[in-house]
Design a binder for this molecule. Structure first.
Ligand code: BV8
Ligand code: ZN
Length: 245
């Protein structure tokens, strides 16, 4: 298997998807066949879906909260922690995963592009998003303690905008690597490359002259956009891939 050298010149931007958490036993989106309890995920993970049936959406997220809380990080997560410790501020991890496993593994330089399962926010007042690990029982509609309106998961749903601050942090990293004449590398792991804007990061780095890697169980929708493709399980490939210098 080809090796990825991480040395004092390297600036590494990593993007992870559901395949990295799959190694911990968390179902991927494709694993759910895009369907959950015969509801297309896009319908359940959307503002329209929430307005139509908030109880169904809270059941979807409560079940995923319980699932994520019951699993542990895997060697793929651990490898990313080791790379961050080696590269310091020349490392940034952008994740599409909302299960919080990167944080539990010890990753610190993380951008949770699509939010976090263990945070909720009010649909109405200006209360800031807050930590919420409650697995709400079926039929429970959580209400805001401040204004009494419905709470919602602090998740970016399909059709919703990502936090501009998150996108800026990723863009600033790419620009810093170029400005400092570093060796910019982008590595995507466990993602089908179906969802934007995350799936567009490979093109952004390629335009900046960076090197692009994909570590994935099977060819993804945008495999052809990567210079290097390492096929296999992220929990096996990531720990063996990097040559730390
Ligand atoms: C946006 C939170 C601007 C939810 C998620 C029409 C109308 C509205 C929007 C759009 C539209 N057409 C296009 C769009 C844009 C849309 C989009 O890209 N849609 C896709 C479906 C075409 N994007 C958005 O809506 C984004 N916002 O664009 O705002 C806007 C606003 C209004 C109108 C237009 C534009 C918001 C996107 C964020 C959505 N929220 N998550 C939740 O998690 O509950 S996305 C959700 O799905 C996940 O977070 C994840 O990002 C994504 C699934 O992707 P993956 O992580 O890649 O997972 P997947 O299962 O697909 O693939 C797993 C891969 O791993 C596979 O390739 C498999 O081979 C591999 N694998 C499996 N096991 C392993 C493995 N690899 C290694 N090892 C293993 N063991
Ligand atoms: Zn409120």
């Amino acid at each position: 298997m080809e090796r990825l050298t991480l040395d004092s010149e390297t600036w590494l931007l990593v993007l992870t998807g559901a395949g990295v958490s799959a190694e911990s036993g968390v179902a991927t989106f494709r694993g759910m066949g895009g369907l959950w309890e015969d509801h297309p995920v896009e319908d359940v993970a959307s503002p329209q879906g929430f307005l139509k049936d908030p109880l169904l959406v809270w059941r979807f997220y409560s079940e995923r909260r319980a699932g994520a809380a019951s699993v542990a990080p895997n060697p793929g997560h651990d490898a990313l922690v080791a790379w961050e410790r080696h590269l310091g501020d020349r490392f940034l991890l952008a994740t599409q995963n909302v299960d919080g496993l990167h944080g539990r593994a010890g990753s610190q330089r993380v951008v949770e592009m699509h939010g976090n399962l263990f945070k909720s926010r009010c649909t109405s007042c200006d209360r800031a998003p807050f930590s919420d690990t409650t697995v709400y029982a079926r039929g429970t509609l959580p209400l805001c303690g401040q204004c009494g309106e419905m709470l919602r998961p602090h998740i970016v749903w399909f059709g919703e905008y990502l936090d501009p601050a998150d996108l800026e942090r990723i863009e600033d990293f790419v620009q810093a690597a170029v400005a400092k004449r570093g060796k910019l590398v982008f590595l995507a792991a466990g993602t089908s490359g179906a969802v934007y804007p995350a799936a567009g990061l490979v093109d952004r780095v390629a335009r900046a002259g960076g090197e692009t890697w994909l570590v994935n169980l099977d060819p993804s929708e945008n495999t052809h956009r990567f210079q290097h493709f390492v096929q296999g399980k992220s929990g096996e490939r990531l720990p063996a891939l990097a040559d730390l210098r």
